[in-house]
Ligand binder design. Structure first.
Ligand code: SAM
Length: 222
């Protein structure tokens, strides 16, 4: 039977994959991976020898039609990204939508994603929250920050190492500098750590400690 499986993969610690995800990756006819080299480490670790093809933001539009054709001819395809859940600040949405439009069954497995452990670790209210992903880098950044300055739910942002300080500085310009913030880095990895304090404190902390890694910022509303 044809089906697209969306399969979350670990965000650092290779142990964070479900048994069912491994089964699905083993039994699929094809794995679509964001970066085939990055995923080969995981696939090798779990003895998964399913054929792998690349599927990333630069070729996803071009590949949609051929993938849908494969899915129509009785194939099971698994979609993975470099880390975490496909579609969450990663390619996935377009393919899922195309499958739905073409009446191809989609099954999304639950599993790792960076924002959930970061949100819980923050100690900030998590009953309602707004996932913001990456802030726009240039165009639209000011507009987004202005809009968010009146947000009433806890906000969650993704950020890369080279922009973390700029983003914290920008947040200090649009929110009360005494607002509570939490910045988690390297979740599930050896140097995992979470800074908790005020926006002002976070700027001072990351100015002093030029740390590497990937970050999730969790911000308390006004
Ligand atoms: N699909 C992923 C997910 O489900 O979380 C997100 C992919 S997005 C391209 C990469 C961003 O996710 C990083 O810049 C960082 O903000 C966040 N991220 C991924 N892994 C992380 C980790 N181990 N620790 C902290 N943040 C992480």
């Amino acid at each position: 039977m044809s089906k697209l499986f969306v399969v979350p993969t670990p965000i650092g610690n290779l142990g964070d994959i479900t048994l069912r995800s491994i089964e699905v990756l083993k039994s699929a006819d094809l794995i679509l991976a964001e970066d085939t080299r990055t995923s080969s480490k995981l696939l090798k670790h779990y003895d998964i020898d399913t054929p792998v093809e690349s599927f990333h933001m630069h070729n996803e539009h071009k590949k949609l039609e051929s993938i849908i054709n494969k899915l129509r001819s009785d194939s099971e395809i698994a979609l993975i990204s470099d880390a975490g859940t496909p579609g969450i600040s990663d390619p996935g949405f377009l393919l899922v939508r195309e499958c739905i439009n073409n009446e191809v069954e989609v099954e999304c497995l639950p599993g790792p994603t960076a924002f959930v452990p970061a949100l819980l670790s923050s100690g900030l209210p998590c009953d309602r929250f707004s996932f913001e992903g990456f802030l726009p880098v240039k165009k639209g950044r000011t507009k987004r920050l202005k809009e968010l300055s009146t947000e009433t739910k806890t906000m969650v942002f993704y950020e890369s190492p080279h922009r973390i300080l700029k983003t914290l500085n920008d947040l200090s310009n649009y929110f009360d500098i005494e607002s509570q913030i939490s910045v988690s880095r390297e979740l599930t990895k050896l140097y995992e750590e979470t800074f908790r304090g005020t926006i002002k404190g976070s700027v001072e902390h990351f100015e002093k400690n030029k740390t590497k890694g990937e970050f999730v910022i969790v911000l308390s509303p006004k």
